[in-house]
Design a protein around this ligand. Structure first.
Ligand code: PMP
Length: 444
């Protein structure tokens, strides 16, 4: 009997050890971590540089309350993070995870509006589908009805616009007209809401868990930035999953040269070595808030020195090992392999993503883009088959505008070609095994 109740009653193998891209359970079974946990462990498991930095910090102090002390660890991480941002984004606020960071970004935006006499602005427009966290504030901007519906009476749901799902709508993702088509829906929504009531637009540069590595069409991001500027709306970029190199750039938004007003980081930021998240905001947003009395916000663990020491060492490893370039290079190799699998397996209807944020989506029919029946729970079944073969991948069944099962394949950025061979070969076997079960499902 377990005292834990993370999800259902099902039990999982017990984790014993993790090294590099591999993990072992207490029965000695080995798994290739093909999803870096939940797109977290970007530099792989048990990196000696990070462990040494954490040990050194532990010997000095594991906790110092931020209102009592500055710590070298948080100062160093803040400086290293700001150095990685587009110019002008240099004010950093640490938290312990992605949901906390999203909440912090929205509250900073609101406090800025109040500080500059724009108190009528409070709506944060987001997209559907999307995922931005599980706390009530972050859920309010999440477009994923099965997660949000139970809590609807307890929160103030924010307006949503459709995610740019060009691949489902049959539009050419390379044509800027496609990007403009989706971005213009944001402008229409801002106008319908009343621009003076809209505080910010929140989105991921490349969709993560909710949309399965959805890359926006050409022209989208740039147009979104223009629209936000035109209406005095802040652009908050949720880089929780895409940040710290995963897409082959430090921030996902760099691919389109778009400069957000606030960047939200977590996951790969401390790469699973410690709970860490953060926001990086434009100086021009933070100064008026400080002038007006300061940011009325803060968690007990904000700026925790052990987490910051881990984060700083992770950034050093990313630089020293050239992991951003590797994400681009290995990502291209893995994407080509997923495309090969698509050519062999009819059930894959789309392969997409950037760098090592990659996914494929199951379809019943490639022509009509029809999804598999929801009752098949294909996403869960496929993940289990791969897991039993020693490969961990991440999956979701999305609704709210993208009805389909997608499988994210996102190994740590340290992955090497022979490990990509192993991923491809295991996925091939898992897809064959999955396809063999389908006739029985169809009969039910
Ligand atoms: N934003 C995005 C884009 C995410 O992918 C996630 C987590 N999957 C979150 C926010 C929330 O992060 P956390 O689970 O650390 O609270």
């Amino acid at each position: 009997m377990s005292h834990l109740f993370y999800q259902g009653r099902g039990r999982k193998p017990v984790l014993d050890q993790a090294r590099g891209v591999y993990m072992w359970d207490t029965d000695g079974r080995r798994y290739l971590d093909g999803s870096s946990g939940a797109m977290v462990c970007n530099i792989g498991h048990s990196d000696e540089t990070v462990l040494a930095a954490m040990r050194a910090q532990m010997e000095r102090a594991t906790f110092g309350y931020r209102l009592h002390f500055e710590t070298e660890a948080s100062e160093k991480l803040a400086a290293a993070t700001a150095a990685r941002m587009p110019a002008g984004l240099d004010k950093v606020f640490f938290v312990s995870g992605g949901s906390e960071a999203v909440e912090s970004a929205m509250k900073l935006a609101r406090q800025h509006a109040l500080a500059v006499g724009q108190g009528s602005r409070w709506k944060v427009i987001a997209r559907s589908p999307s995922y931005h966290g599980c706390t009530l504030g972050a859920l309010a901007v999440t477009g994923y009805s099965s997660l949000t519906a139970p809590f609807a009476p307890m929160m103030r749901e924010m307006p949503k616009v459709p995610a740019p799902r060009a691949y489902l709508d049959g539009l050419d993702p390379e044509d800027p007209a496609t990007g403009h088509h989706y971005a213009d829906m944001l402008e229409a929504r801002i106008e319908a809401e009343g621009p003076e009531s809209v505080l910010a637009f929140l989105c991921e540069p490349v969709g993560g868990a909710s949309t399965g590595a959805l890359v926006p069409p050409a022209g989208y991001m740039e147009r979104v930035r223009e629209i936000c500027d035109r209406h005095g709306v802040l652009l908050i970029m949720d880089e929780v999953m895409t940040g710290a190199g995963r897409t082959g750039a430090f921030l996902g938004c760099e691919h389109w040269g778009v400069r957000p007003d606030i960047v939200v980081l977590s996951k790969g930021f401390a790469a699973g070595y410690a709970p860490l998240g953060g926001i990086v905001a434009d100086d021009r947003l933070v100064e008026p808030v400080l002038d007006a009395g300061g940011f009325a916000h803060g968690f007990t663990y904000a700026g925790n020195p052990l987490a910051c020491a881990a984060g700083h060492a992770v950034l050093q490893v990313i630089e020293a090992e050239g992991l951003i370039g590797r994400a681009a290079e290995m990502g291209a190799s893995l994407k080509a392999r997923l495309e090969r699998l698509m050519a062999r397996h009819e059930i894959i209807g789309d392969v997409r993503g950037k760098g090592l944020l990659l996914a494929f989506e199951f379809m019943a029919d490639r022509e009509t883009r029809a999804p598999l029946p929801r009752e098949w729970r294909a996403f869960e079944r496929f993940v289990q088959i791969a897991y039993d073969m020693g490969l961990i991948v991440y999956s979701r069944r999305t609704r709210d505008g993208i009805e389909g099962d997608h499988i994210l394949v996102c190994p740590p950025l340290i992955v090497i070609e022979p490990q990509l061979d192993e991923i491809e070969e295991t996925l091939d076997r898992a897809l064959t095994a999955f396809a063999a079960e389908l006739p029985a499902r169809r009969e039910h």
